[in-house]
Write a protein that binds this ligand. Structure first.
Ligand code: MN
Length: 247
């Protein structure tokens, strides 16, 4: 049975919030996982992070993390000072995750969130910068026991990785056991020719899975092909997390 999760910001508008309240709420509803934005970890003391971990352990909740990378820390930037700052920023987030026993980081964490105009002409230089950055970031993830899943997202969030095929090409260049692919039903609906085939393409490299309807409502409230998705997940023997990301 796959562990089931919910993204905290279904209930909150801001990234910083009373995490303890939502740890309890997720457990009360019956979820196994609470996922939230990783950036607030940098503002938390180590003791506070350990407290959250204890609160989660007490009610049997696993904490996982995702992020949409602020453009100030764009690790695909052609500006080396921004790129290097982004690498340090993400390495620090991973070190904070380790303090709270976190093992899964995902999202648009390989490029700044939002597509720069000139990336629309050619993305290769940005891709190269991102790969160079990720090879540095992944070393820290390996040391901290964190799996770093790159999310294929729709073209309006970034055009660096839009499909499962592109995500696989990316992780192939990183070549680490700590990197994987995150697929999200909302994004796949926009970018993939076939959602089932995208899942089968990711195959054993699928490290995390987000669910949501085409309008980002709770799964089951729209017309996403859940039967096709379930069959494809079974075809690839996916036994990882399935986290709802409605907004
Ligand atoms: Mn997602």
């Amino acid at each position: 049975m796959n562990k089931l999760g919910i993204f905290m910001n279904f209930w909150e508008k801001g990234w910083a919030a009373d995490h303890k309240k939502y740890i309890k709420k997720a457990a009360d509803i019956g979820f196994d996982i609470l996922e939230f934005q990783a950036q607030p970890l940098l503002e938390m003391s180590d003791d506070h992070i350990r407290e959250l971990k204890k609160a989660a352990d007490d009610v049997g909740i696993e904490l996982t993390y995702s992020l949409g990378l602020d453009r100030r820390y764009d690790v695909s930037s052609l500006d080396e000072s921004i790129r290097k700052g982004g690498v340090t920023y993400l390495q620090n987030i991973i070190r904070k995750m380790e303090i709270g026993g976190g093992t899964l980081l995902s999202g648009v964490s390989y490029a700044g969130w939002g597509t720069p105009d000139d990336m629309q002409d050619t993305k290769q230089p940005y891709w190269n910068q991102s790969v160079k950055s990720m090879r540095e970031i992944i070393k820290v993830a390996e040391d901290c026991g964190v799996t770093y899943c790159v999310e294929a997202v729709n073209r309006f969030e970034t055009c660096l990785i839009n499909t499962a095929k592109e995500a696989l090409a990316y992780i192939d260049e990183i070549d680490s056991k700590n990197i994987g692919v995150l697929l999200d039903t909302y994004h796949m609906n926009i970018e993939e020719d076939s959602i089932g085939d995208a899942i089968r393409t990711a195959g054993k490299y699928l490290g995390h899975f987000h669910t949501g309807e085409r309008n980002r409502k709770v799964p089951g409230k729209g017309h996403t092909p859940w039967k096709e998705i379930g069959e494809a997940l079974r075809d690839v023997g996916y036994d990882g997390h399935v986290t709802m990301e409605p907004f």
